[in-house]
Design a protein around this ligand. Structure first.
Ligand SMILES: *Cc1c(COP(=O)(O)O)cnc(C)c1O
Length: 452
């Protein structure tokens, strides 16, 4: 079966479909043909036979031992010991990322909120970020009662569009939160230049982007601070957890203080802050994840590069665009843009259903951009927002909350593979993904008959 080329397959199979080959001498042959040329959703043989992918997260003996050790030690809170798992993780993570300091928190959302507070951003201030992200990106802006201004994204990279960011800057803009969506670098050259020109802080939302590199640096070390999530699905996980990295000692001390309910390292309570400490069990899991993190990150990058190279032969799916300066991603997610004109104009839902029947499950990912959710009307009705922003500003804010590219990506184009586990797979696993997509592409005429 391997020896027959795809082209040969196609020719022979159309002969079968046309009934040119006599039915009595083609039994074995027809089987091969039908697996290659009849979509699984129409009764053909699925491309992928193996139903299992590398699972995620992974708990090896090291993780189990580490948690057990913490349990027995009685050191369950980070302030119980300067050598506990959390302070140790902070040191090791900073060093792995090439940052001077790290402050651990309870989640990526908490990390972002901590940075917003630590930078003194509050009511009356504005922060520009992407609508195509986790709610955690703007949750901290809202908790600080500042205004999240959402700039539309680029259709090919799914990242914040710098031209729109610059257009949305007002005298009250204090910071940009660029999101490295899918774990790959956003257009950092442009974003950093805009921030410099307008004197804005940059809080990198690197919640998906562990270990990814841009122009010789790890993501999270390029802006003023970088925030990470260690939630279960992410590539360095502990269930729920977060971290902040940065080189500015004063700012990172302030992050610690905010994270520690406003109490600084000397035990003095000096500012407003929630209590966002990571606990020692989470630290124990994270520490035990670090030894394998680099090897896994390399493998995901190799597999992603392999997929991207192979998918070049299919114009109907366009792998996420990477910007100049990108040296690696985290490949938390591997994503493509769906171009229906290359698939007989069938909607993405049809493509996804037919692909799933071939044994490959991709997701449409985020259903709606954040500009489409009802927090907008909620905050516009709050006294603090009405007091801190002029009626004209709030009216303009609502009018400008339009992100047509984000809408198109959400509604029609995004194809997403949860990659933390699957991209640790074999070349055969990657071939299955490509072969299933190519099968749909080469047999696109059959897609029109698929019922949703
Ligand atoms: C996961 C994620 C967050 C939030 O992190 P949590 O740990 O889930 O709070 C923020 N931004 C992005 C881009 C994320 O993917």
């Amino acid at each position: 079966m391997k020896k027959i080329s795809r082209r040969q397959f196609m020719t022979t199979a159309s002969a079968v479909t046309l009934g040119v080959v006599a039915t009595n001498n083609v039994s074995a042959f027809e089987k091969i043909s039908s697996s290659a040329n009849t979509l699984a959703i129409a009764g053909g043989t699925p491309v992928r036979q193996n139903k299992t992918w590398p699972k995620w997260p992974q708990a090896d003996e090291k993780v189990i031992e580490s948690v057990t050790k913490t349990t027995r030690s009685g050191i369950w809170c980070r302030i119980d010991s300067p050598n506990g798992t959390v302070p140790t993780f902070e040191k090791e993570y900073a060093s792995l990322m090439g940052a001077k300091y790290c402050v651990a928190t309870g989640s990526g959302t908490q990390s972002l909120h901590t940075c917003v507070e630590a930078l003194g951003i509050g009511p009356g201030d504005e922060v520009i970020t992407s609508p195509y992200t986790d709610m955690g990106t703007i949750s901290g802006i809202l908790s600080a009662r500042a205004l999240p201004v959402l700039a539309d994204i680029d259709r090919e990279s799914f990242q914040l569009d710098p031209k729109i960011v610059e257009r949305l800057i007002t005298p009250n803009t204090k910071a940009i939160i660029p999101v490295h969506i899918m774990g790959q670098p956003c257009d950092l050259d442009s974003i950093m230049a805009i921030a410099k020109k307008h004197n804005l802080y940059v809080i990198e939302d690197a919640c998906q982007a562990h270990l990814a590199q841009f122009r010789g640096k790890r993501l999270g070390t390029i802006g003023d601070v970088g925030c990470f999530s260690h939630q279960s699905s992410k590539t360095i996980p502990c269930g729920e957890g977060g971290s902040i990295i940065g080189d500015n000692e004063e700012l990172m001390d302030q992050c610690y203080t905010v994270m520690n309910h406003g109490t600084n390292k000397k035990g003095r309570s000096i500012t407003i802050g929630p209590k966002y400490r990571m606990n020692e069990f989470e630290g124990a899991v994270l520490l035990a994840q670090l030894p394998k993190a680099i090897e896994r990150w390399k493998r995901r990058n190799e597999n992603a590069a392999y997929l991207t190279a192979k998918l070049k032969s299919c114009p109907g799916v366009v792998p996420q665009k990477l910007y100049d300066g990108t040296e690696s991603g985290s490949f938390y997610l591997y994503t493509m843009g769906y171009r229906k004109e290359h698939f007989n104009n069938v909607d993405r839902a049809v493509f996804l259903k037919a692909l799933a029947a071939e044994g490959i499950n991709l997701s449409p990912y985020i259903a709606n951009g954040l500009h489409r959710e009802s927090w907008v009307d909620h905050i516009l009705g709050l006294r603090v927002y009405q007091a801190m922003y002029s009626p004209a500003r709030l009216k303009q804010y609502k009018e400008e909350l339009q992100c047509p590219v984000c809408d198109k990506v959400c509604n029609e184009e995004m194809l997403m593979l949860w990659a933390s586990g699957p991209l640790l797979g074999t070349k055969k696993d990657m071939d299955d993904i490509v072969d299933a997509i190519m099968k749909l592409y080469e047999n696109k005429d059959q897609l029109s008959k698929v019922q949703l």
